[in-house]
Ligand binder design. Structure first.
Ligand SMILES: Cc1cc2nc3c(=O)[nH]c(=O)nc-3n(C[C@H](O)[C@H](O)[C@H](O)COP(=O)(O)O)c2cc1C
Length: 341
């Protein structure tokens, strides 16, 4: 008789099963706390939240700021001098000697371009910004700029969707995040069709943890965006919103504690392509927020406590003419790493 069998004999079947459960749960709890602690430490060390102490982190900050400048160019009524504090910080970051040395690297190059466009727009329209962005800085950036294109893409509705039934190479390049909508509603059956495609996304062991909440109550939509704050200035004409969540009930080991973001991310990408396929404009809007905000959206939408928001997806019919950000992608050499044998 082994120890397990002896314990079972002494304590009885029911009690020893309970004991086994307590043992399993306590060791999983220790594992969870230990791993969550390590998650926190590595995030502390390697994210850009606490220190900007290496090239990648500085590049990341640069992307954050140049993308906000791109987005500023989307507004129909250009808001002169927008993003002054970002521009000031970019001026410092873009003069860093490591950054200057990397002026041809995709994300640095496009940041120089965005800064030039920002200056030139104000210059052309006779708006003085010399109190925070000097001509000397502009010329310095101009000399380092290797790109010669616009930082926004201008579309008209029909052209934008003309490739949404093409082969994948053409189709995938034809989708952009759309933030300007007419305010007309997309018929619900098209949204159902898009969900039908989105759910073909793979998920871990086919557990399919994603759910999509559909909202067309404008007051609720505005409340959600008031919590999220990532689409300020673009949400007036949003009358339909999808909220993608993943349910933690579907995860069974501590190692899977972040798996919902993989399953959710795959579903999200499939959903974005599916919406594009049905000529529906959409812009993913992040839910990179903390627990206090989770509680607010849970209450607003009556989500279950086990459901975590993966992303908001406002949808609508794009305006007859609209703009999207360039959002230049990295070169393959910046992404593809070959492991030497
Ligand atoms: C998870 C996620 C969150 C995003 N959050 C926002 C957001 O809060 N506000 C916004 O304007 N764009 C948001 N975007 C859109 C990105 O800015 C956009 O996808 C990126 O610049 C690439 O451009 P593209 O989608 O037009 O190809 C988000 C995108 C993703 C994937």
């Amino acid at each position: 008789m082994n120890t397990k069998e002896i314990v079972r004999k002494i304590l009885g079947n029911k009690f020893s099963k309970k004991l086994g459960k307590i043992k399993r749960n306590s060791s999983n709890l220790v594992l969870l706390l230990n791993n969550s602690y390590k998650d926190a430490i590595t995030f502390y060390k390697h994210s850009m939240v606490f220190e900007l102490d290496n090239f990648n982190k500085i590049e990341s900050k640069i992307i954050l700021h140049y993308h906000a400048i791109e987005k500023g160019f989307l507004h129909e009524n250009f808001r002169y001098r927008f993003g002054e504090s970002r521009v000031k910080e970019l001026i410092i970051l873009l003069k860093d000697k490591d950054i200057v040395k990397n002026n041809t690297r995709s994300q640095v190059a496009v940041a120089y371009l965005a800064m030039c466009k920002y200056y030139e727009k104000h210059l052309d329209d006779g708006i003085d910004i010399s109190d925070f962005y000097s001509r000397e800085d502009y010329e310095f950036f101009r000399n380092l700029t290797v790109l010669n294109n616009e930082i926004i893409k201008t579309h008209n509705h029909d052209d934008y969707f003309k490739n949404n039934r093409s082969d994948f190479l053409v189709f995938s390049k034809s989708r952009s995040s759309v933030r300007n909508f007419t305010g007309e509603k997309i018929p619900f059956n098209l949204i159902e069709n898009a969900i039908g495609i989105a759910k073909t996304a793979p998920s871990v062991c086919n557990r399919q943890p994603c759910r999509v909440y559909y909202i067309e109550n404008k007051i609720k939509i505005d409340s959600v965006f008031a919590i999220q704050q990532g689409l300020v200035g673009y949400s007036d004409n949003i009358y339909q919103l999808l909220v993608l969540v993943a349910d933690k009930n579907y995860y069974y080991t501590v190692g899977e504690r972040n798996q919902l973001y993989i399953d959710g991310g795959l579903f999200l990408m499939n959903l974005l392509y599916a919406l594009h396929y049905y000529s529906i404009g959409a812009c993913p809007a992040h839910w990179g927020l903390n627990h206090d905000k989770d509680k607010l959206i849970q209450n607003e939408l009556q989500l279950s406590d086990s459901e975590r928001v993966i992303c908001l997806v406002p949808i609508g019919i794009p305006n007859e003419s609209f703009k999207t950000t360039l959002s230049l992608r990295r070169e393959n050499e910046e992404i593809l790493k070959i492991v030497s044998s």
